[in-house]
Design a protein. Structure first.
Length: 121
């Protein structure tokens, strides 16, 4: 369990850094009036997979001997469902407006990732 806990901890740092860089990249693209493209959407999928892996590791830890805080779990579940919600809300829109939405959504997820680290036991 100690190895899983360490992977969960290190991957949490990777997650918030990835969301930060996605947000900065998204703002850069939005200011340049670029639309959403496959590269950015692919990076969003990778970010979502990071949160899913974090959730699986957290579930393994929670079912084991580790203690957990309910708010930490809530942040994790929110992190898993938020980006797909934004994607379906956009309904395939790949305009510059959608790029702004994704940029701010990833910066928001950056904050959620940091907050979930703060609530970790």
């Amino acid at each position: 369990m100690a190895a899983i806990l360490e992977i969960h901890r290190v991957l949490s740092n990777t997650t918030w850094l990835f969301f930060f860089f996605l947000g900065v990249w998204g703002l850069f693209r939005a200011f340049r009036r670029e639309a959403v493209d496959g590269s950015y959407l692919g990076a969003l999928v990778i970010a979502e997979l990071l949160f899913i892996v974090q959730g699986i590791l957290g579930l393994i830890l929670g079912l084991g001997e580790a203690t957990f805080d309910e708010i930490h779990v809530l942040y994790g579940v929110f992190g898993i469902v938020f980006l797909p919600f934004i994607y379906f809300y956009q309904r395939g829109d790949d305009s510059n407006r959608a790029q702004w939405v994704y940029a701010f959504a990833t910066l928001f997820m950056f904050g959620i990732a940091l907050r979930s680290i703060q609530t970790a036991p």
